[in-house]
Ligand binder design. Structure first.
Ligand code: SF4
Ligand code: FES
Length: 247
């Protein structure tokens, strides 16, 4: 298929960016979206032009690095997939495709389509862990009985890959879905109880310090999340936060 691409180009964090038009031809419907961008970049390099900078690593939906806003949707028009898992068969010959970076104050643009999502790392460092005594007397985790429903919900929350699509889709640039997934995966398990209060208070505090907006329960985050993280996690985090705030 032959396509017109309208891509956000920006030389650096302080430069003013703009949309630039490109044509790509003979794109296979079996290619992934990133492979299509690889074809464009090879063309640009052959012409001596600067290739388009975009983030990727695993290219199999695990690392959360690929972060494109495609035709006005984070990770594009398909559901439950990341940009690297998006296939060109979702588009038609002759289409014009708009490709932009994830936009949020807390995700500043580095170059072209790459943004700095280290704010997520700092939130994680504020409490997204359990401290484990490895003295040799540690209890075998498998010996602690956990209700199946809790284990399933904790596992579902733990599938969040930290891609940031929830932030990019939210009109308030809120990170509540991401943070609530990270809080929930521990809040549901006995191992997470010891640091539960500090965890939720510190992670929410760091989220606010990073400049993310507030949640107004619109639900765009849940719709665009490639891992199907549920809004139930936000409700759980709010309960955890309230419990931890009462002295
Ligand atoms: S909650 Fe979903 S959209 Fe948000 S960072 Fe996690 S996986 Fe990505
Ligand atoms: S490149 Fe790893 S999730 Fe897309």
């Amino acid at each position: 298929m032959n396509l017109t691409l309208k891509i956000w180009r920006q030389k650096g964090p302080k430069d003013q960016g703009k949309m630039v038009d490109y044509k790509v031809s003979d794109i296979s419907e079996h290619m992934s979206f990133l492979e299509m961008l690889d074809v464009l970049n090879e063309q640009l390099i052959e012409k001596g032009e600067e290739p388009v900078a975009f983030d990727h690593d695993c290219r199999e939906g695990i690392c959360g690095m690929c972060s494109l806003y495609i035709n006005g949707e984070a990770h594009g028009p398909d559901r439950g997939v990341t940009t690297c898992q998006l296939h060109m068969r979702m588009f038609n010959d002759g289409d014009t495709i708009y490709i932009e970076p994830f936009r949020a104050k807390a995700f500043p643009i580095i170059k072209d389509l790459t943004v700095d999502r280290s704010a997520f790392d700092r939130i994680q460092h504020a409490g997204g862990y359990v401290s484990v005594n490895t003295s040799g007397n540690t209890q075998d985790a498998n010996a602690i009985p956990i209700p199946k429903d809790d284990a399933d919900k904790a596992f579902d929350a733990a599938t969040c890959i930290g891609c940031g699509a929830c932030v990019a889709s939210c009109k308030n640039s809120s990170a509540m879905l991401y943070v609530s997934a990270k809080v929930s995966q521990f809040a549901l398990l006995p191992q997470g109880q010891i640091e539960a209060k500090d965890r939720v208070l510190n992670m929410v505090n760091q989220m606010d310090l990073e400049g993310f907006g507030n949640c107004t329960n619109t639900g765009a985050c849940e719709v665009e999340c490639p891992k199907g993280i549920s809004l139930e996690n936000i409700a759980r985090m709010n309960r955890e936060f309230l419990k931890a705030s009462i002295k």
